[in-house]
Ligand binder design. Structure first.
Ligand code: 26M
Length: 818
């Protein structure tokens, strides 16, 4: 099926044929799902050729390979994206039109592969897209969860979690590779045995349980370059009877246990974002995919190379947060126990191979495994961690003689715990943060001692996003307009060209075209909202959007409190000057995060009340979009006027939604946090609405025991009123208890935690003022168009292509394939 040019007739034939051979149906009788499958399989035939060619080229050219290790890949739908990257979207749309089939409806049949929580997982997906597009040999390595991120239903305003059966109808794009299966061992004990012949001590794991890790490969299609990389995610299968040692055969209990282990290990993605819980199964997941991936990577290297001590010349491992950092010890194990290297040789290879990215400074996200859990599950790996720690502590003592405070702060093993970040930093050749401010906070606060000891390891890599999905696919109207204005479509692989739009920001015709496209996209979203929420929203109102995971530090609560405040004003003064506004929220809360769930309920309660109050004449609407995910995100970004990025300064490592809004022409309403700082650098303060405390101020308060929100409550009557409404039943059918916890958390805190830990009341006034400025700015139609266009024109830096090129230049040093 190798064709430089798309053959429409052939493609249609393929689709009809697939319907017949797979489902025994003619087009007229086929369900939409069957049509989706038939189209996807037809496309796969096109992809496979490029996939095989790419892998053959890699074999021949022997480039250095990146292994991007991540517990999460939030890929989103593949069909439309693959069509875009293969430059086949328009033609396939036409082909299907001729068959009387609507490509949009077909795309809508694909379940969103949601093997990720939020920012970290989506970043991994953008990185894979950019790596393939730039022509670098790379594997994404992860887990093929049976159930990805839960589907969110809203019932009576509450979040309900529904299992995500994304594999129910099979997956046309995946390829099972049983020939690369690897065994992964857990538990048991380690027997040491002196080997006379080699003079070495062997470490033999006994009485363990094991599972087979079986990889499934997904094609990652580069844009317009025929390069197809691989996302390799591992499924678990039980070791079958005939694979058991003869000694083990007949051990019925063990066979059942191993079956359960295999079933449980890949069952479900933990739906926590930025929050660690010391669950044994989670550690099993981590070791499972790390061990399988590294075994496969080393085997691949050995196929074409003899000298294992040069491994780092041909492969590098990027650890996406601490989740896969057991890689460090597992690579040491493979190099020593299986490849026969001594400690020093193995350490040199490992420390030249592994690199670590930090994505958060939230203390509750740091992974610290209890030693007894860790050592029982991974007895040999734990021995290695002990030795890494012993040597690292020696090094600390050498550098800081007599300073046991340093040991306490930096040791890997401390207080009965394995501190995973410390191991990653001790062993990694690179440690990076994900935005300038974040990296500075790492260097000067969170990881200060490590930075002082090993400054050469630290570097910044500001995040980015792929314009192929978030503009070309998500906003085709704007994409076409940009191409027309720039006279080229090469911004698809060079987003810096967007700056060429700057010359149009004052051009009335261009302004009108730009805002017209925004209106079309707002109408598309309004229709979606009507269909899904039964709420009518006015496409000419300001679409003010906050979509992201629900977390206290992201302050969705501040946003909705501000809506309550506006509503109070409108009620008291129905004729006040007020530009119609639609506040749009989308967010999943971790299943066990009560305060986050209460916030969702509150948003929905406010929506109910406000949307049904005829007295405010529809000037204010509130919408909570159910099941926020990659596919509906694409539409939401395209339709947004205002991008809410309102985290407590210092808490949001980077944010990437902020960049997707900017790309689509929505100015940022935000704090000086994460990558917002760099967005303001690019567009200028006059093209954003910045408010609130700086990160220094926040950190200062934190170091001095917080502040007194109660004083604000007493002195500010509007805030007083809004807070009282949390406990007087206004939004709770008279139930004063429903939002009591939210109220308490703001004014008094819990035992052991500060009142209003995220400075909501402290920043409230400044937020409300910024919101007023938004309204004023929006009234100035031309001024707003200019501001929106300036954001789109200024987004060049935030392509993940730029980010990946920086990782390649400064960290990975990969060879470019042409
Ligand atoms: C940890 C332990 C157990 C279960 C789950 C976790 C866990 C899962 C996801 C912890 C953190 C997780 O994600 C963190 C994350 O998404 N961080 C975000 O990363 C983005 C990409 O760098 C940044 O843009 C965001 O600012 C940052 O919050």
């Amino acid at each position: 099926m190798k064709t430089e040019r798309f053959d429409k007739k052939l493609f249609k034939q393929e689709v009809l044929n697939n319907l017949k051979t797979q489902f025994r149906v003619e087009l007229d009788n086929a369900s939409q799902q069957q049509i989706y499958q038939a189209v996807a399989y037809a496309l796969k035939e096109w992809i496979i050729e490029d996939w095989m060619d790419t892998q053959k080229t890699y074999e021949e050219k022997d480039p250095k390979i990146l292994y991007y290790m991540s517990m999460e890949f939030l890929m989103g739908r593949a069909l439309g994206n693959n069509l875009i990257n293969m430059s086949m979207y328009g033609e396939v749309k036409e082909a299907l039109d001729e068959l009387g089939v609507d490509l949009n409806a077909v795309e809508d049949q694909e379940p969103d592969p949601a093997l990720g929580n939020g920012g970290l997982g989506r970043l991994a997906a953008c990185f894979l897209d950019s790596l393939a597009t730039l022509g670098y040999a790379a594997y994404g390595c992860g887990i093929r969860y049976q159930y990805g991120m839960f589907k969110q239903k809203i019932k009576d305003g509450y979040q309900i979690e529904v299992p995500d059966e994304w594999l129910k109808n099979g997956n046309p794009f995946e390829l099972k590779r049983p020939e690369y299966a690897k065994e992964v061992r857990f538990g048991g004990n380690i027997r040491t045995e002196y080997d006379e012949a080699t003079g070495r001590t062997n470490f033999i794991q006994e009485n363990y349980q094991s599972v087979m890790a079986v990889p499934f490969d997904y094609p990652i299609v580069g844009y317009g370059n025929h390069i197809v990389n691989t996302l390799r995610i591992w499924d678990a299968e039980a070791i079958t009877d005939f694979q058991l040692d003869s000694f083990d055969k007949g051990e019925y209990d063990k066979a059942v246990e191993q079956k359960n282990l295999a079933k449980n290990i890949v069952e479900v993605l933990y739906p926590n974002d930025n929050h660690y819980e010391g669950k044994e199964l989670r550690l099993k997941q981590q070791y499972f995919f790390v061990s399988a991936s590294l075994q496969a990577a080393v085997a691949k290297y050995k196929k074409n190379h003899d000298d294992i001590t040069k491994l780092y010349e041909k492969m590098t491992i990027q650890m996406n947060d601490t989740h896969p950092t057991v890689s460090v010890a597992e690579l040491m194990r493979i190099l020593m126990d299986e490849e026969g290297l001594g400690w020093d040789e193995a350490w040199e290879v490992t420390t030249k191979t592994c690199a670590y990215t930090n994505h958060t400074i939230m203390a509750e996200a740091l992974e610290k495994w209890p030693i007894d859990l860790f050592s029982k599950l991974l007895p040999r790996v734990y021995q290695i961690v002990e030795e890494i720690d012993r040597r690292f502590v020696n090094k600390i003592r050498e550098m800081y003689p007599g300073n046991e405070e340093k040991v306490k702060k930096m040791a890997i093993l401390w207080d009965g715990q394995v501190r995973m970040a410390h191991m990653a930093i001790a062993a990694g050749y690179s440690v990076n943060g994900v935005a300038k401010l974040h990296t500075e906070i790492l260097k000067n606060q969170e990881l200060k001692d490590f930075y002082q000891m090993m400054p050469e390891k630290f570097n910044n890599k500001t995040n980015g996003i792929t314009q192929r999905r978030f503009l070309m696919h998500g906003n085709p109207l704007l994409a076409d307009w940009v191409t027309k204005k720039l006279g080229t479509d090469t911004w698809a692989t060079d987003l810096s060209l967007m700056s060429g739009l700057k010359k149009y920001v004052d051009d009335p015709k261009a302004q009108k075209e730009f805002m017209d496209i925004k209106l079309q996209n707002k109408k598309r979203l309004a229709k979606y909202i009507l269909e899904h929420n039964g709420v009518e929203v006015d496409p000419t109102s300001i679409f003010d959007v906050q979509v992201k995971r629900l977390h206290e530090y992201k302050r969705q609560l501040m946003n909705i409190l501000h809506v309550m405040y506006l509503y109070n004003q409108l009620k008291k003064n129905p004729n006040m000057k007020f530009y119609p506004r639609t506040f749009i929220f989308g967010a999943k809360a971790a299943a066990g995060y009560l305060r986050a769930k209460q916030t969702i309920k509150l948003i929905n309660s406010v929506a109910d009340k406000v949307n049904n109050d005829a007295s405010i004449k529809g000037k204010l609407k509130v919408v909570f979009i159910e099941d926020y995910r990659v596919s509906n995100a694409e539409w939401i970004f395209a339709a947004a006027d205002v991008s809410e990025q309102i985290s407590t300064a210092s808490k949001e490592a980077s944010g990437t939604g902020n960049m997707k809004f900017m790309l689509n022409g929505a100015p940022t309403l935000g704090t000086m946090d994460g990558a917002n700082v760099e967005i303001v650098d690019e567009v200028g303060a006059e093209n954003a609405f910045i408010f609130g405390m700086s990160s220094e101020e926040v950190i200062n308060y934190e170091n001095n025991g917080g502040y007194h929100p109660y004083e604000i409550y007493q002195n500010d009557k509007d805030i007083h009123e809004v807070l009282d409404q949390l406990v007087d039943g206004t939004y709770a059918n008279g139930d004063p208890e429903l939002y009591k916890d939210l109220y308490q958390s703001l004014l008094f805190g819990d035992t052991g935690s500060q009142a209003d830990m995220y400075f909501i009341l402290k920043d409230f006034r400044s937020y409300a003022e910024a919101q007023k400025k938004v309204e004023e700015a929006y009234r100035d139609t031309k001024g707003w168009a200019k501001m929106a266009m300036t954001n789109t024109a200024g987004c060049g830096k935030f392509s993940s292509d730029r980010t990946i090129q920086e990782y390649v230049d400064d960290i990975w040093h990969l060879d470019k394939i042409r």
